[in-house]
Design a binder for this molecule. Structure first.
Ligand SMILES: Cc1ncc(C[n+]2csc(CCOP(=O)(O)OP(=O)(O)O)c2C)c(N)n1
Ligand SMILES: [Mg+2]
Length: 592
């Protein structure tokens, strides 16, 4: 079959090559200039199509899928501001290393800056936020260009998923006709009758990818392993710190490293090491209450660690970041991308290598085990912290209590998405380690409160796990458009809406005392979110008190469909509970 015009040939070839390289889904948004790509994706039998009306939500949805799976879901939009609406998600994908492939349609080059409709400068639109950019040439039935097209598709995916994953942008220019209509033989967009079938790069392609790309794992150099071994074997007190990472240190590698060193492991909820069967298997404590005790006077009186091995991004917990800042010791940061994820500038060694490869190379030799008293200090602090949390849950309910309950009650397995602001911090401080396979995710690259719902639903669409989203009211408001994906993209979720009527996080800042605090920072809005039930495919439920929340949460996870469970709090009260708890932990630790 010969394509009816060169745009159709070009788009079909591009899509075929993406599919040959593993793409199996796409996020499409309506528009005219992108017609060739939209039709090629929509008609491909092996591509699952997620249709989004709002490009901003589309990009966050694709981000969620990429974050959950490590595989990009391409995005297609029309020219103009549509492409600019991808930008927030591109920034997040860049800063948290999530694969994303952006296919923006554009006009032919002579129309740039000409006053032509819906025409803007899309060249390098996302600046340095992409791993790779190509301004695609105009489609043409020409063998070398077709080979370039297929090679570019393979290269885009390789750049997006390689050792430093992230977004890739192909700006795709099309001249009319955009639809798959046959043009006369003498039309500039015509494809010669025998051409497409005759060139191996065009419709036929190859058996499999035109270019098969393979990456690899960056192994640590011998010098790095020697430095690590020297530091670890001579240390009585060491720590393993796993920060947020979608594909960081694995539980198996952590287990081997923890058992070889005897160092306590501090696991960020977003590290994938806070939850899972390994939690019971390690013979060192998997620490998760550190946000509650590292800032106390009792801990300040402990000896500093002598060595810290850090994996993943900078930890969510501020007390942990401060503790690492103040510890006078050797600090190794292991990062396969060489991204220096260390904003306190206290690292003494950067190891540019895969986390598991580094852990395994290190654990292969006998390292001598850390001082048991050091481990015991952490084990005791953990007990004090979690006892205090349990006691508080019996007495009162606060936003953090919801995170404690949601992480404790989520079925095994669950994909748990937590919004920025207080939900992720409360998940960090109150999400107790358990053996269930919870995949906790958040947008911590740029920590925006935009696109939270869409990212969560994207992550949920990519797995059979039940999906739980815990979000604040401003974040829920910010991405209400994203709720359309529930019905349109067939995603079910349990959404916990912590409604404290504004930005509760600002209570933690000195601005709380300033006269502008309420109007300009906390921004109480009084919005009633119940009407989202009538607009979107969801049931809206309001709860009060712990027991009712626990019942509804559990029931929601046993039901089909989406339930938004709103729990109302006074942000100041919740904050007071957090402070009381911190004091209690500090007092009890001082007594031990
Ligand atoms: C897009 C964006 N705008 C503004 C901010 C600044 N900001 C951080 S937290 C926050 C308040 C969030 O409120 P909510 O979602 O209700 O969570 P809460 O603070 O109540 O826990 C704001 C406005 C941001 N991070 N991202
Ligand atoms: Mg709020």
């Amino acid at each position: 079959m010969t394509a009816p015009n060169v745009n159709t040939l070009w788009a079909k070839t591009l899509v075929a090559e993406l599919v040959a390289n593993g793409v199996d889904a796409v996020c499409l948004s309506p528009g005219s200039r992108s017609t060739p790509l939209t039709v090629a994706f929509a008609e491909h039998p092996e591509v699952e199509v997620f249709s989004h009306l709002d490009e901003r939500s589309a990009a966050f949805f694709a981000l969620g899928r990429g974050r959950r799976t490590g595989t990009p879901t391409p995005l297609v939009c029309t020219s103009g501001t549509a492409a600019a609406n991808y930008h927030p998600a591109v920034i997040e994908a860049n800063q948290s290393g999530v694969p994303l492939v952006l296919l923006t349609a554009d006009r032919p080059p002579e129309l740039i800056d000409s006053g032509a409709n819906q025409t803007v400068d899309q060249e390098k639109l996302y600046g340095d936020a992409v791993r790779w950019y190509r301004d695609m040439p105009e489609p043409e039935a020409e063998p070398r260009k077709m080979r370039m097209l297929r090679t570019t598709a393979a290269r885009a995916l390789a750049a997006s998923t390689g050792s430093d994953p992230g977004p890739v942008h192909l700006n795709c220019r099309f001249r009319k006709p955009l639809e798959p209509t046959r043009v006369p033989d003498d039309h500039p967009a015509s494809v010669p009758d025998d051409w497409a079938g005759g060139d191996r790069a065009a419709e036929a392609g190859r058996d499999g990818p035109f270019v098969a790309t393979s990456g690899g794992v960056t192994a640590p150099g011998e010098d790095a392993i020697e430095r690590l071994q020297d530091a670890v074997t001579t240390a009585d007190r060491g720590l393993l710190v796993a920060g947020p990472a979608d594909d960081g240190l694995s539980a198996d590698a952590l287990e081997r490293l923890a058992n070889a060193t005897g160092f306590p492991a501090l696991a960020d909820p977003l590290s994938d090491l806070r939850f899972g069967p390994h939690v019971d298997r390690l013979d060192v404590p998997v620490c998760a209450g550190y946000d509650g005790y590292l800032g106390t006077d009792a801990v300040a009186a402990w000896d500093d660690p002598e060595v810290v091995l850090r994996f993943g991004a900078s930890p969510t917990s501020k007390p942990l970041r401060r503790y690492l800042r103040d510890a006078d010791c050797r600090q190794f940061v292991v990062d396969p991308t060489g991204g220096w994820p260390e904003a306190e500038f206290t690292a003494t060694d950067l190891v540019v290598a895969d986390a598991d490869a580094t852990a395994d190379a290190l654990a292969a030799d006998s390292l001598g085990r850390a001082d048991p008293a050091w481990r015991e200090q952490f084990a005791t602090a953990e007990r004090v912290h979690w006892d205090a949390v349990e006691a508080a849950l019996d007495e009162t309910y606060w936003e953090g209590g919801v995170l404690a309950d949601a992480t404790a009650l989520a079925p095994d397995p669950t994909t748990l998405f937590v919004s920025n602001s207080m939900p992720v911090r409360d998940a960090d401080r109150f999400g107790r380690p358990r053996t269930a396979d919870l995949t906790a995710l958040a947008n911590r690259g740029a920590s925006g409160i935009d696109g939270i719902t869409s990212t969560a639903l994207g992550a949920g669409s990519a797995t059979d796990d039940p999906l739980v989203l815990v979000t604040g009211d401003l974040a829920y408001y910010h991405d209400m458009n994203g709720l359309l994906a529930l019905g349109r993209c067939g995603v079910d979720a349990t959404v916990v809406l912590l409604n404290n009527d504004g930005g509760g996080i600002f209570h933690m800042l000195p601005i709380e005392e300033h006269p502008t605090f309420d109007e300009q920072f906390r921004t109480p809005h009084g919005l009633d979110f119940e009407p989202t039930e009538a607009l979107y495919d969801l049931d809206f439920e309001r709860t009060t008190g712990r027991e009712e929340f626990r019942e509804r949460f559990t029931a929601s996870l046993e039901r089909a469909g989406t339930q938004v469970i709103e729990v109302r709090f006074d942000a100041g009260d919740s904050h007071a509970v957090r402070e009381r708890l911190a004091e209690r932990v500090a007092d009890r630790l001082a007594d031990t």
